[in-house]
Ligand binder design. Structure first.
Ligand code: ATP
Ligand code: MG
Length: 264
């Protein structure tokens, strides 16, 4: 469970460069909710996920993850509860370590112990089984350095590593945007499979409206730091790309109407 109460975030407050990035966001995700998040460039999508992850604190409002108030928890402390996958496949894994070393570290997330004990045979078997489900042949490359993998292979490994220890919430920020269409499709089905089989509470930012409609059980549209649409159940299922585009234009249209009022 994750709950945001009246989250407000400014950047460069009080200067000429002031940005009102999140404008009073209140949101509650139930356990197992898979939420797709859309909105134009600069709408506040990444800022919302960064606030949840603790990359910075909100100016006001509260964030609850699980039972606790994590609003003032630093990022490293929240990392025990949150997994993130970014657009850049180079983030999220360590290139100079082997696949099995990367996976062993991921398996220790939230624990105080380090990698001192090394990778055991039983770990290896588990890693092989997990890698096999990616369908990329990585189960035979446990000792390869991760830096040798392609972007798509690396992103698939990152997805697996992000979910080896079940997080309270999985945050995906355009995690397929840097991949070719075929690989992107593969990572997307993998995402769906992992999220469903582990019942993960997930937020997935995408610019692809078809994906936003067809994946997950809930859809949020952000605009100028506010939640413009929040649809779930049959409202989401019956949604079309045309409906979403109309909402986008409506939002822009309101801006135009406001401008013309001001100018008039
Ligand atoms: N660290 C930061 N410092 C200053 N301004 C920031 C920072 N992060 C985001 N912003 C600003 O906050 C606003 C929201 O940005 P954000 O990155 O959340 O948008 P987004 O919806 O993720 O857009 P995109 O689709 O382009 O990724 C933008 O105006 C952006 O320039
Ligand atoms: Mg973004």
């Amino acid at each position: 469970m994750i709950r945001l109460e009246h989250i407000v975030k400014y950047f460069h407050k009080g200067s000429v460069n002031e940005v009102f990035a999140l404008n009073d966001i209140t949101l509650r995700l139930a356990e197992g909710d898979f939420v797709t998040v859309i909105g134009s460039n600069g709408a506040g999508k990444s800022t919302l996920l960064n606030c949840i992850a603790g990359s910075f604190f909100p100016d006001s409002g509260k964030i609850f993850i699980g039972a606790g108030d994590v609003t003032r928890w630093p990022e490293y402390r929240r990392a025990a509860l949150i997994s993130r996958v970014f657009q850049n496949p180079l983030l999220g894994t360590c290139p100079s370590a082997t696949i099995e070393q990367n996976m062993a570290l991921a398996a220790l997330r939230g624990q105080k112990r380090g990698l001192g004990r090394g990778v055991k045979g039983s770990d290896r078997e588990r890693f092989r089984t997990e890698l096999r489900q990616l369908g990329l042949g990585l189960e035979d490359r446990l000792l390869d350095k991760v830096g040798l993998l392609s972007g798509g292979q690396r992103q698939a490994l990152t997805m697996l590593m992000a979910t080896m220890v079940k997080p309270e919430v999985l945050l995906l920020d355009e995690h397929i945007a840097a991949l070719d269409p075929k690989t992107a499709g593969h990572i997307l089905s993998l995402t769906e499979e992992i999220v469903a089989s582990r019942g993960l509470t997930t937020m997935m930012i995408t610019h692809n409206m078809k994906h936003a409609i067809s994946f997950g059980n809930r859809l949020l549209m952000l605009h100028q730091g506010r939640v413009l649409l929040d649809l779930c159940g049959s409202d989401k299922k019956t949604l079309t790309v045309k409906d979403l585009l109309e909402q986008f234009y409506l939002a822009q249209g309101e801006e135009l109407a406001m401008d013309s009022l001001l100018l008039g």
